[in-house]
Design a protein around this ligand. Sequence first.
Ligand SMILES: CC(C)(COP(=O)(O)OP(=O)(O)OC[C@H]1O[C@@H](n2cnc3c(N)ncnc32)[C@H](O)[C@@H]1OP(=O)(O)O)[C@@H](O)C(=O)NCCC(=O)NCCS
Length: 179
Amino acid sequence: MTQRKYKKAAGFLIRWFRPDDAEFCYNTRRSAYNHEFTDELSEREITAAVSAYEPVDYIHMAERMPFFVAELHTECVGFFTLKRLDTYTAEIPLIYITLENIGTGIGSTCIEYIEQWIREHWPDVNTLTVDTIIPKYNSGFYKKVGFTTDKQVFCEFKGLTVKALRLIKHLRIGTKHGK
Ligand SMILES: CC(C)(COP(=O)(O)OP(=O)(O)OC[C@H]1O[C@@H](n2cnc3c(N)ncnc32)[C@H](O)[C@@H]1OP(=O)(O)O)[C@@H](O)C(=O)NCCC(=O)NCCS
């Protein structure tokens, strides 16, 4: 496997979300919608999706689920959340890298971190899922990091239903499953 630029770089770390990260998360997600997703989503969908998570919602999310921020040289460069759907399944509800750092290996490093974290904290989980409403834009990334297409699903943003693609990854299972 190729050595990732940031994987072992001094100054790169993944830490827990803090309430003062909420504006960063909001702005990072909003920028992705406004600059990267316009080919696949209508203006109405973008407005609904962005307003579905205001800064205060990130603070509430962090009270309910694992929520991490990636930093490079003390600057926030991305964030992601995790949700346990059932005994064997976990979801990545959100994963966003800042626009200026996209394509530099941070996203795949975050996926590796997620898998490691799940192995340590949720050892029964053997499947990771993600629903994307912009599959043309990012399903290439998910496939590169080991996900495969599962099925079409729907996401709800402020009462607006948006078509989405569910991707899944079977995780390497631990000793609990006898392998
Ligand atoms: C999707 C996202 C998290 C990926 O993170 P990233 O740091 O840009 O990805 P990486 O640099 O780690 O890329 C890992 C591999 O995937 C490939 N890849 C990345 N984006 C790709 C794309 N859109 N299509 C095809 N391959 C892609 C890279 O070329 C790299 O391949 P390599 O291993 O051969 O070098 C990031 O681009 C992002 O935050 N985008 C905006 C928000 C978003 O789409 N979030 C997900 C919402 S569901």
